[in-house]
Design a protein around this ligand. Structure first.
Ligand code: ADP
Ligand code: MG
Length: 421
């Protein structure tokens, strides 16, 4: 190593206590340290935060981190403060701060103590903040959850659309880092365009989860009995059952309980105390199964979830991937079982009917992919990875045999046409 080269492993150990980089982290960090626009696509849990945190800590100036969720920003700030033993090293700038607190943040930035400044995109619309940030050295700007820029993403946020404009006002030559776990080519294109970083160095990790088994069964009237049978075949194992509606969550949780399965319901309509209680019961293994709407899962990191059941199909392949992705985090078995009926797709369509036309069209297109996925006879894994712009060869790829269509090919006459070319 030349004397000029920065000791990245040393910094990794010193600040985070890790001895190895995960996946593409080191390459990404080198790109950011070199001052490139950089685009990072990694699945959830891939370790994206460290990709900008480490360069922020070792570079001159303050890095601005744009993130959509205040709760997540607070967690990250606390974690960074912990590792560097310094309150001022990371700050959040948002509307909840009073004058004194804002003054403190500004002083820490001016004196060079602050290496990471987390902001919500709406805070960046404040003239006062933009003027201030123009006047201080900025190392780079990281846009986390960058798919929020795209209407094709699952979490579009209009404030994200203005980011490029605001970054230009803060400084002309600030390196921009986009990070996301959404890998569809359309969303990626949108991000590069909207941030105006067509020349960004792009790093994309594989989205393959070789230890997950994917299976889709036709949904019949016997679906509840089928689910009960499946769960009883996995006694004592942790699992999540996703339902579309709160009502269905309540009903199914009860049916499972009556049948001797240790299940708890979870949805946004329950009072916060019950929600926390049920979540904890699941995490502490006082309950084997949580029956939930999609309100359950964000930030839940239970490594040994052995199955994820979709009682109803989700509204996009991204959602399906995220939700099934909660199984087998520890690398052990993870069975992903979904029940499909076209009727349910029509229900999802109906939900969108009040929305603006453009949004409906996008929603329809995403749903059609779900239909194609469910009705297809080609490998589920191949389909998912293709959707995320990744070619997969079942003969040589990891997990190539881990889905129903590969293990039990449909007979010719019942097979649907292949939808991937
Ligand atoms: P993402 O944002 O991609 O979903 P996170 O940044 O939240 O992922 O990181 C996921 C987990 O991986 C965190 O618990 C983090 O501490 C851990 N992690 C990140 N980098 C490393 C590493 N090099 N070695 C070990 N653990 C790591
Ligand atoms: Mg993240």
């Amino acid at each position: 190593m030349s004397s000029k080269e920065i000791d990245l492993h040393g910094a990794l150990k010193q600040y985070f206590g890790f001895s190895k980089f995960k996946g593409l982290q080191e390459a990404v960090i080198k790109s950011i340290v070199a001052g490139n626009h950089t685009f990072v696509i990694m699945p959830t849990g891939g370790g994206k935060s460290l990709c900008y945190q480490l360069p922020a800590l070792i570079k001159d100036g303050t890095a601005i981190i744009v993130s959509p969720l205040i709760a997540l920003m607070k967690n990250q700030v606390d974690a960074i403060r912990g590792v560097s033993n310094n309150e001022g090293v990371a700050h959040v700038l948002n509307s909840s701060l009073n004058k004194t607190e804002v003054k403190r943040v500004k002083e820490d930035i001016v004196s060079g103590v602050t290496k990471l400044l987390y902001v919500a995109p709406e805070s960046l619309t404040k003239e006062e903040y933009v003027d201030f940030l123009r006047s201080v050295p900025i190392s780079f700007m990281a846009v986390d959850e960058a798919h929020c820029i795209s209407e094709w993403g699952h979490d579009f946020r209009p404030e994200y659309r203005n980011l490029r404009h605001i970054i230009k006002r803060i400084g002309d030559h600030i390196p921009i880092i986009g990070l996301t776990a959404t890998a569809t080519p359309k969303v990626q294109e949108d991000i590069l365009k909207s941030l105006d970083i067509a020349d960004a160095k792009t790093f994309k990790a594989s989205f393959n989860r070789p230890n997950l088994y994917y299976e889709i069964r036709p949904k019949t009237k016997q679906v509840d009995a089928d689910i009960i049978r499946f769960i009883k075949q996995h006694p004592g194992k942790s699992g999540i059952v996703y339902c579309l509606s709160r009502k269905r969550v309540e009903e199914l949780a009860q049916v499972l309980q009556v049948n001797g399965i240790n299940a708890v319901p979870y949805h946004a309509g329950l009072d916060p105390k019950t929600r926390v209680k049920h979540q904890d019961m699941f995490l502490m293994e006082d309950a084997d199964v949580v029956v939930a709407t999609i309100a359950f899962g964000m930030g839940i990191d239970k490594p040994d979830v052995r199955f994820v059941i979709h009682h109803d199909m989700p509204k996009s392949i991204e959602s399906y991937y995220q939700e099934t992705g909660r199984a087998g985090r520890d690398g052990g078995e993870g069975h992903c079982l979904a029940y499909y009926a076209y009727k349910d797709i029509e229900k999802l369509e109906k939900f969108m009917s009040g929305k603006p036309v453009a949004e409906q069209e996008i929603g329809q297109a995403l749903l059609q992919e779900v239909v194609a996925f469910a009705e297809s006879s080609i490998s589920r894994r191949k389909f998912i990875l293709h959707y995320f712009g990744e070619e997969f060869d079942n003969a040589t790829g990891e997990g190539g045999e881990m889905d129903d269509n590969v293990r039990h090919p449909k007979k010719r006459h019942e097979a649907q046409e292949d939808v991937i070319t």
